[in-house]
Design a protein around this ligand. Structure first.
Ligand SMILES: Cc1cc2nc3c(=O)[nH]c(=O)nc-3n(C[C@H](O)[C@H](O)[C@H](O)COP(=O)(O)OP(=O)(O)OC[C@H]3O[C@@H](n4cnc5c(N)ncnc54)[C@H](O)[C@@H]3O)c2cc1C
Length: 377
């Protein structure tokens, strides 16, 4: 992100995280992508380095940083060259906030420190086979039975779903569309809770994307977060931070693709000159750089306004769509500059192009973002 709002702690974090990524992710990124999974030990290593907990309160094992610290870590992780690894490693960033927003002191103490140290992997299960954007349409049911809930239903497309130890799951506890939604923590090993095989997908290969199944699953009532009907509050509590992080990821990917293209146009020759000798190539690079810079500036300014406590829900939706567009354009243009080599698996730009396609869909689709923008004051 633009360093204009950074203090010394932000600069130091940017440097130390990049060093950590260069050592722990970059050398393995291509292999993990081909394997379809990154090494589980990375969670513990990231926890020990303070990377997982950077924006969380010290009281629960975090470093107490602000949103800019979080975006700095987010960009550094993407620069490791495997977006799938960055997304899988960060699956706690969409699940833990609900525990912190709604959970009791005992619940926070029970799950947060082990998630932030990387001992336990956390995921968020909202999307179901029958509904995604329409969160209030979920049908996974939780029915109270003494000091347990009996949960029946299924979740799909869940990041870290196959190997998560702790799933924060949206369930229906009442008939009302929004007010009938609750969140509860369902732990691996709970009777009636199973997971499917990793889903095969277009991009993000190194991240596990899975299905969760609940069949008469007996969940202790003490795992309910914030009482029945509080689920929507918990889900909404993290929307702004999640979308800023996704926008930052898109900008970081655009930057990587731009950098790769800038190197390639100097090396590759056609018709007796380097590609950069053609005006059309230089103009393509100019447009790529412009879109990346504009998106970067927009994310940085809105993140800073959020840090200062301003209400920026609609602006963050604009930021997400802007960054997603920039990322799609730049990664596509980079593949074009690389020609046939841009279509080959060994090219970083080929992977970035595939990875980019998720962002208009995940974390709220482009259409849902426009819906939010249209409701602004
Ligand atoms: C790799 C990956 C990782 C994911 N990780 C997670 C995760 O960790 N946890 C989780 O819970 N989910 C996760 N998801 C699911 C993701 O959040 C959903 O796919 C997304 O919210 C869209 O929901 P959907 O797929 O059901 O599409 P739908 O909601 O069915 O939408 C289909 C199309 O209709 C459009 N549409 C829907 N409603 C409207 C409307 N009101 N106005 C205009 N257009 C509309 C959409 O924009 C879209 O173009 C993940 C998905 C993927 C692919």
């Amino acid at each position: 992100m633009l360093p204009m709002f950074w203090d010394d702690t932000h600069h130091a974090l940017a440097e130390s995280t990049q060093r950590w990524v260069n050592r722990h992710i970059s050398p393995h990124a291509a292999q993990w992508e081909e394997d379809g999974l990154f090494d589980r030990g990375l969670y513990r290593a990231a926890g020990a380095a303070g990377i997982l907990g950077v924006t969380y309160p010290e009281a629960v094992g975090g470093a107490g940083g602000d949103v800019l610290h979080g975006l700095i870590v987010g960009e550094a992780l993407v620069r490791g060259g495997s977006v799938g690894t960055a997304m899988g490693l960060g699956s706690h960033a969409i699940s833990l906030p609900a525990i912190l927003a709604l959970g009791s002191a005992a619940q926070k103490a029970r799950w947060a420190p082990s998630i932030l140290s990387g001992e336990q992997i956390a995921c968020l299960g909202i999307t179901e086979p029958g509904t995604g954007s329409d969160v209030a349409g979920i049908i996974t049911r939780a029915v109270r039975d003494g000091d347990h809930y009996i949960v029946n239903g299924a979740k799909t497309f869940i990041t870290s779903g196959c190997r998560a130890d702790v799933a924060v799951v949206a369930v229906r506890t009442g008939p009302e569309r929004h007010a009938g939604v609750s969140l509860m923590v369902i732990e691996r090993g709970t009777p009636g809770f199973t997971t499917g095989k990793p889903l095969k997908k277009m991009g993000w290969w190194a991240s596990d994307t899975g299905e969760l199944f609940f069949e008469d699953c007996r969940v202790p009532a003490e795992n309910l977060l914030g009482g029945e009907g509080a689920g929507f509050l918990g889900i909404m509590a993290n929307f702004v931070t999640e979308r800023l992080l996704l926008a930052c990821t898109c900008v970081a990917m655009a930057k990587l693709a731009l950098e790769a293209a800038e190197v390639y146009v100097k090396e590759r020759t056609a018709f007796g000159r380097p590609l950069e000798g053609f005006q059309v190539t230089r103009h393509r690079l100019a447009e790529m750089a412009t879109r990346e810079a504009a998106a970067r500036a927009f994310v940085s300014v809105i993140a800073e306004r959020f840090r200062r406590g301003e209400e920026v829900t609609a602006e963050v939706a604009m930021v997400k769509n802007t960054a997603v567009e920039a990322c799609s354009f730049v990664t596509d243009a980079a593949v074009q500059i690389f020609g046939g080599m841009g279509y080959m698996r060994e090219s970083l730009v080929e992977r970035l192009y595939r990875d980019a396609r998720l962002f208009p869909i995940g974390g709220g689709t482009t259409e849902i973002m426009r819906e939010l923008i249209s409701r602004r004051r």
